[in-house]
Design a protein around this ligand. Sequence first.
Ligand code: TYD
Length: 132
Amino acid sequence: MEIKKYIFEPHGDDRGQLVALEELKDIPFDVKRVYYMYDTTPGVTRGKHAHKCLQQIMICVHGSCKVLLDDGKEKEIFLLDKPNEGIYISNDIWREMFDFSTDAVLMVLASELYDESDYIRDYNQFIEYIER
Ligand code: TYD
């Protein structure tokens, strides 16, 4: 499974750091939506779904969390713990986010607006869908 890790250039100076993300430049798609998770209850796993069309970049802009990615054949776990590092997640990838630090803010840039019909929320259905 080829998962792309993105390192975003911080524009640092003696005042601190700044990361800018531009669609089709730093992010490989048109960004239609941004959302973020915070105050995540300790021990929970979020996500547990795949998307039929949506692409995403996930960045843990504060704190840390882990992301499991599964293409139906291989599974990989990534630690997101830097505000200038992200992972690209294409469509047809099952994802689970877990091990959130109490201060974690997980930001997601998405290629589509929210559309529940793009979700596959059942793992067996996901396997059936990608084997079609
Ligand atoms: P949910 O899909 O359960 O989060 P995750 O699978 O990433 O853990 O989303 C939680 C709630 O937020 C659910 O009621 C749907 C809503 N939601 C929106 O309204 N817009 C969005 O862009 C997203 C991602 C979720």
